[in-house]
Every structure is written in structure tokens, then in C-alpha cells.
Ligand binder design. Structure first.
Ligand code: ARG
Length: 495
């Protein structure tokens, strides 16, 4: 009889048989100490195969290095090593070719690989786990997986930077209003505005680089928590796996998830930058602004309002930011009360981290495409920059140039703005007579001084929007993108 409990359980744990038992057969690694079988619901609740199958390649890569080291140390014979390596590479190939399914009767990916190995090569397979615990094994797998993903995310951010730089190069003289408080403030250029995001994403890459190097130490050999009695060569295993060396405390090695938190924090920061950018694009794409037009390929329509073209991708990226923050806060919270050393709580890091990585990667790809194909309405941007008194500071600076103290100049221009608001015009629309009425210091050359072009071009300090200053920064960015920390640090992304 299928009762309410059955439906409840089947929703949470997947399909069950009518006796409320899991349909999966359990294939567990332990049992000697137990007199009873694990409850099937407990088994399923405890299992991680549903998600840690994602790092099956890393699990095999780690096992290969471990076995090569065991043989070098005389802990395994050359024949055992060869048989195990052949078995492991065969399993990897078969999973990749779809000939071997990672099925759910195994508790985790580690048990799956070991069971398949033993099935395939017999007794030698049972020696794979010599001098190793699943605690240091999972610590290694997670590190290998996240280490690779740090590089993938970095590549995607780099691609986005290339696209942004392209837009900057084409728009050093595209004037637009710069905002503070979402109120027009001073004129800038599109190159300058986009350049602000270039800086943010550049910092993101430098964070990823730091994280890569800080996490690049090998926890394998830490055992369950207290190392092992076997004469392992941890330096050798570390070097086989491309680590800078072994970790130095076995208890920390199995319970450290700082690198996960650091990576999630860097991912959350990438998302924060993407989200701010998306927010601006949504505003710019609105009918009120029309600074940009998102390409049809990156827009969606409405089921009821035929006129609509919605910036869904930008909104989704903005929305998914919350999800990535969630992963960071979740892992921080999971870790905060865990005593040394390994505790099962840490298994919860996987889904959160995988989800955050996949989310950020897809957001970066989609966002880059959206920005690359977006049309910038230069005429509208420029017209907007001419309205809203973005040249008021420059008018005050003009007076300062004629010997008026800045505070007085500020007040004169304030009155000028009020006068213009009354007449619904801009400063440069006033006649010289009108200007002189407010301050006799104004001369004919004021018009040149408060023109959009002058306002921008005169801003020449490093980091300012003046095209000459921008050109210097753009040249530095070109040089930066031509170099690559992954190549310089001799890091290769394996296929
Ligand atoms: N699935 C576990 C995890 O993700 C692997 C380690 C299991 N270790 C243990 N002592 N039960 O953390």
C-alpha cells in the first residue's frame, strides 16, 4: 500500500518500493563492526554519489598518483601497480565513453571506483586504499576539482575583459553622463564607464590567482586525521599532482575548507560585479534611457504584451547572484562549528560549491555574449550628457580660473543652475549678457570651457575619462591581457 509516508519519502529520496524501502541495493565499504544493515533511508541520506560523481576524474587522477607513490616506496609491487593503473584508466575511459554508468548503489564516488576496480582486476584492487582514508581522499578530490575550476573561471573572466577592452577602444570619445546617486553628475565617456568594470574583473582575476596558489598544496597522505604508519612520500605524490608541496598538518589537511570558502567568496564577488553591471544595463536598456539596445538574441518577449523586449538575461544574472552568495554563506555556516578533524557536515560543501561554479560560469558566458552584441546608442548618450548640468562643476572651475574662490564660484553656478531650471535650458544656452548678470567674471570663452568635449578632454589625470588619459590606460590593459598569469606560472589546464 502506498501511503502518505511513501509519497513523502519517494519525493525526498527518489523512487521507493511499496515497503518503503529504497530500491537501490547498497554496496558499502564497511560492515565488519556492524551487526545490522544500515537503514536504507539512512544509507541514502548519507550517500554523496548523487553529486560527488562530478569529480570522478579527479578521484581517479588522485588514485593514480597514490598508487605510483606506493609502488615507488615498495608498499605495492610493480605488478600490482601496473594492474591497478590499467584498471583505473580503463574505468575512466569507460565512464567517459558512456560504457560504464556511475550508479547509485555506491555510497560515494570513492567506493564506486574501488568496487569497479576490484571487480575488474581482482585482489590487487583491494590494495588501492592502502595508506589512505576517504577523508584525505575527498579533501584531495575537492581540491583538484576546485583548483581546475579556478582556472576555468579565470579564463572566462579573461574573455569578458577582452570584450570590455574592445568596447573601450571604440568609445574613448563617446560622451555620456556619469552618475552619483543615480543623478547626472559629470560627463564621462563610455570607455571610462566600461573601464570601471574592467578594473573590477581584473581584480577578480588577481583574487583567483592568489587563491590558486594558496590552495595548491596536497592533502593526500593525511590519512583519516593522523597521517599513516606507511612510509609514504608525500612530496612525491604532491609533485605528481602538480601541487607546490604537501600540506603540513594532517588534522588541518582533512578538515580545511578555507579554499572552498575563498573560492566561493571570489565567485560571489564576480557575481556582485556582474550584477551591478546588469543593473546598469537594465536601466540603460529601458525606454526612459535607451543608452543601449540588447540584441534580440539575448532578449525575451512577453506572453501578453506584444511590444515587450525584456532584458531577462541581465535580470537572471542579477538574480543568480543571490544564489551564489547563498552558497558562500552556507559553507561559512557549515564550517563555523566543526571541531577538528573530519566531520560529515563537510560533505555539504559539494553541491553548494558545484552549483556556484556552474552558475558563475554560465553567467559569465551569457553576460559576455550579451555585452558583445549589445548596441550602444551613442547619440542618445551624448544628448543625455548635455542635459542635467553635468558641466556645472566645470563652470565653477572656469570661474576659479578667473580668480574667484571655489566656494563663491560654487554658489554663483548654483544660482545659474536655478536660473536655467526656471527657463528649462542648459548653462551653455544662456547669452553672455545673462551670464554676466549673475557674475561679471564670465567671458565669451566660457562656452568653450563648459562644452561637453572640453569637460571630458580636460580631465587628464591618470584614471580620468579624458581620451588621452584613457588611451594610456587602454594600452596598459592591452599589455595586461597579452600576458597571462596561467602561462607565466606554467599552469596548464588539462582537457
Ligand atoms: N562523502 C564524504 C564527503 O564528501 C567523503 C568522506 C567520507 N568520510 C567519512 N569518514 N565518512 O565528505
Amino acid at each position: 500500500m502506498k501511503n502518505v509516508l511513501w509519497y513523502y519519502q519517494s519525493q525526498i529520496f527518489g523512487v521507493m518500493d511499496s515497503n518503503n524501502e529504497g530500491v537501490i541495493d547498497m554496496a558499502q565499504l564497511w560492515g565488519g563492526r556492524f551487526t545490522k544493515e544500515t537503514d536504507k533511508l539512512v544509507y541514502r541520506f548519507n550517500a554523496s554519489i548523487f553529486f560527488d560523481r562530478k569529480f570522478f576524474r579527479q578521484d581517479i587522477e588522485g588514485s593514480i598518483a597514490h598508487v605510483v607513490m606506493l609502488a615507488k616506496q615498495g608498499i605495492l609491487t610493480a605488478e600490482e601497480k601496473d594492474a591497478i593503473l590499467k584498471g583505473l584508466t580503463g574505468i575512466r575511459q569507460d565512464v567517459e565513453d558512456g560504457k560504464l554508468q556511475i550508479t547509485e548503489e555506491y555510497e560515494d564516488i570513492h567506493s564506486f571506483v574501488e568496487a569497479k576496480l576490484t571487480e575488474r582486476i581482482g585482489a590487487a584492487g583491494k590494495k588501492l586504499h592502502t595508506g589512505r582514508s576517504r577523508n584525505d581522499q575527498v579533501a584531495l578530490d575537492m581540491r583538484l576539482y576546485t583548483r581546475l575550476e579556478v582556472l576555468h573561471v579565470d579564463e572566462l573572466v579573461k574573455t569578458l575583459l577582452g570584450t570590455l577592452l574592445q568596447i573601450m577602444e571604440e568609445n574613448t570619445e563617446t560622451y555620456m553622463p556619469g552618475f552619483t546617486h543615480l543623478q547626472k553628475a559629470q560627463p564621462v565617456t563610455l570607455a571610462h564607464h566600461i573601464g570601471a568594470y574592467f578594473e573590477m574583473f581584473k581584480r577578480d582575476r588577481s583574487r583567483l590567482k592568489d587563491i590558486y596558489h594558496r590552495m595548491n598544496y596536497c592533502p593526500l597522505g593525511a590519512g583519516a586525521l593522523a597521517g599513516t604508519t606507511y612510509p609514504l612520500d608525500r612530496n612525491y605524490t604532491a609533485s605528481l599532482l602538480g601541487f607546490e608541496g604537501p600540506t603540513l598538518n594532517s588534522m588541518d589537511s582533512v578538515s580545511d575548507r578555507d579554499y572552498v570558502i575563498e573560492f566561493l567568496s571570489a565567485l560571489a564577488t564576480v557575481m556582485m560585479h556582474l550584477s551591478r553591471f546588469c543593473e546598469e544595463i537594465i536601466i540603460w536598456n529601458s525606454d526612459e534611457y535607451r543608452f543601449v539596445e540588447i540584441d534580440d538574441a539575448y532578449s525575451t518577449g512577453s506572453s501578453i504584451m506584444p511590444q515587450k523586449k525584456n532584458p531577462d538575461i541581465a535580470e537572471l544574472v542579477r538574480g543568480k547572484t543571490g544564489r551564489v552568495y547563498g552558497s558562500l554563506v552556507s559553507v561559512l555556516t557549515i564550517m563555523k562549528g566543526i571541531p577538528l578533524a573530519y566531520n560529515k557536515d563537510m560533505q555539504e560543501d559539494k553541491e553548494l560549491t558545484f552549483d556556484a561554479i556552474d552558475t558563475v560560469k554560465s553567467c559569465l558566458v551569457l553576460f559576455e555574449g550579451m555585452v558583445r552584441t549589445m548596441k550602444f546608442r551613442r547619440d542618445i548618450m551624448e544628448r543625455s550628457a548635455m542635459q542635467g548640468f553635468t558641466n556645472a562643476t566645470d563652470a565653477a572651475d572656469y570661474l576659479v580660473g578667473k580668480g574667484v574662490p571655489f566656494r563663491d564660484a560654487h554658489s554663483v553656478v548654483g544660482r545659474l543652475v536655478l536660473y536655467c531650471i526656471d527657463r528649462k535650458c542648459s548653462i551653455e544656452d544662456l547669452s553672455l549678457e545673462e551670464l554676466k548678470e549673475i557674475s561679471p567674471v564670465f567671458e565669451q570663452d566660457v562656452y568653450e570651457a563648459v562644452s561637453l568635449k572640453t569637460c571630458v578632454e580636460k580631465r587628464l589625470t591618470m584614471g580620468a575619462p579624458g581620451p588621452q588619459a584613457m588611451d594610456k590606460v587602454i594600452a596598459m590593459h592591452r599589455e595586461y591581457l597579452a600576458k597571462d598569469w596561467q602561462a607565466e606560472d606554467e599552469i596548464h589546464i588539462p582537457e
